[in-house]
Design a protein around this ligand. Structure first.
Ligand code: IMP
Ligand code: MG
Length: 176
């Protein structure tokens, strides 16, 4: 039986995302592009976009779908582009948003993809950071919560496609 324990409840997430919106809005022009990474960031981006709007931004919203090949938990994990952007990033100031930075491979891949597409500047934002798991030399510019090496679900984040619907963030113990 999987044990689900709340780590960050709805109110705590809402408060933090509102703060992130203010922080990030101060770093970017009004017409910045928000690029979320699917699927994990879909709830975060929905809330962050509205927080940015309350801080005066009118961002466009884009998504990139990436997948980790092999075990994302080993140094051989490689990232693949599954679904591309539909907008031109040339000359744009971009906020790259993801759910979790773990090894850092996904964020590093997405960041260089955007720069390769001509983005003028890429600010990175992760709701959750697991610095102890880093394998690639990258850190998000803005982080919501820092956690130790625990497996989290909820608020868009899954385990084998489950739990994305949870309105809070929880830890789960791996199945025996
Ligand atoms: P990275 O490329 O190793 O940094 O992995 C980032 C991606 O791995 C995240 O966007 C998540 O999709 C996934 N991931 C890492 N840690 C967790 C976790 O605790 N729960 C669910 N997914 C995770
Ligand atoms: Mg992800």
């Amino acid at each position: 039986m999987t044990v689900v324990r709340t780590l960050f409840d709805e109110a705590e997430i809402a408060r933090r995302v509102e703060q992130l919106g203010g922080e990030v809005a101060a770093m970017l022009p009004k017409d910045a592009a928000v690029v979320g990474l699917l699927k994990g960031s879909f709830v975060f981006v929905a809330d962050l976009a509205r927080a940015l709007a309350r801080s005066g931004l009118t961002p466009s919203i884009e998504f990139l779908k990436l997948s980790s090949y092999g075990a994302a938990r080993t140094s051989s994990g490689e990232v693949r582009l599954v679904s591309d952007l539909t907008a031109d990033m040339a000359g744009r100031q971009v906020l790259l948003a993801d759910d979790i930075v773990d090894t850092g491979r996904t964020l590093a891949f997405a960041r260089s993809l955007l720069l390769g597409r001509g983005a003028e500047r890429v600010v990175t934002c992760a709701l959750i950071d697991k610095p102890s798991r880093r394998e690639v030399d990258i850190n998000a510019d803005v982080v919501g919560f820092t956690v130790p090496d625990v497996f989290v679900v909820g608020y868009g984040i899954d385990h084998a496609e489950r739990y994305r619907y949870l309105p809070y963030i929880a830890t789960i113990d791996p199945d025996p």
